[in-house]
Write a protein that binds this ligand. Structure first.
Ligand code: SAM
Length: 237
């Protein structure tokens, strides 16, 4: 955690510059950052500006800070990520990494080689998804949550919804063995689709292509999704 993200309920009633923290964030401040009264911590308001908070009171139960907001959060990455739903542990890592890299729109979709049981995982509960997004923001000193869309139906999402999402962007589907090498530093917004552990099927690649996506490869080394996503985003943007 490199920034403490503040939520509306953290603010002391009637005082826009005073916050009270308990629980996970209090433990982090005392046990990891080992901060004490008078120390300043990096803070950000959910969906808003970032700045500093000076600790004015601290005990084992609560921390009080006086905050001042100084600047806007970092610029978003102009990328939309369409991800065939990975297994739960990988999902957590990818959501965290994509959020930390500044992706602001993520779709988790079904595909032929996505195991159906993944859709029932606890990692897909609203609170679990939000936790990874918040941790990603706190990692990267950002405050703006990505928009998240879940769709179990591959074709319905790719044909009916994706065209609106990808309009005006360079639309790519990462596919080992594709004829075209993934471009570098494209300098424009992208929509990037990444497949499941078993890869997208031929039908799925054709469906993306019908929607204006180009299949691209990253070289002959086939990476896990959690490695492929940051590698592709870094290379493209
Ligand atoms: N056996 C699968 C295949 O050949 O498609 C491997 C899938 S890979 C573990 C999971 C996803 O990561 C792929 O569907 C693709 O989107 C992305 N990926 C991993 N390595 C890649 C590479 N070298 N080139 C393009 N995409 C890659």
């Amino acid at each position: 955690v490199n920034l403490i993200l503040l939520f509306p309920e953290d603010f002391v009633c009637g005082a826009p510059d005073r916050v009270l923290l308990r629980g996970r964030r209090l433990l982090h401040v005392t046990q990891v950052q080992r901060a004490s009264i008078g120390d300043e911590l990096r803070i950000g308001v959910l969906g808003g500006r970032i700045g500093r908070g000076r600790i004015s009171a601290l005990d084992s139960d609560r921390l009080e800070m006086q905050i001042r907001l100084e600047r806007e959060p970092p610029a978003p990455l102009p990328a939309t990520l369409v991800l065939a739903l990975p297994r739960p542990l990988m999902l957590k890592r990818v959501l965290h990494a994509a959020t930390a890299m500044g992706v602001k729109r993520i779709a988790l979709i079904g595909a032929r080689r996505v195991e159906r049981s993944f859709w029932n995982s606890r990692a897909l509960r609203d609170d679990a998804l939000r936790e990874q997004l918040v941790l990603g923001l706190e990692q990267a000193c950002d405050t703006v949550l990505p928009e998240l869309r879940l769709s179990t139906r591959f074709k319905r999402f790719v044909v009916d919804e994706l065209p609106e999402w990808s309009a005006g962007s360079l639309a790519l589907v990462a596919h080992p063995g594709a004829a075209t090498e993934c471009p570098r530093q494209v300098g424009r917004p992208i929509t990037l689709a990444v497949g499941p552990e078993g890869g997208f099927s031929d039908f799925e690649i054709e469906t993306f292509e019908e929607q204006g996506f180009e299949a691209v490869h990253l070289g002959e080394r086939i990476l896990r999704v959690e490695a492929a996503v940051p590698a592709l985003l870094s290379r493209l943007l």
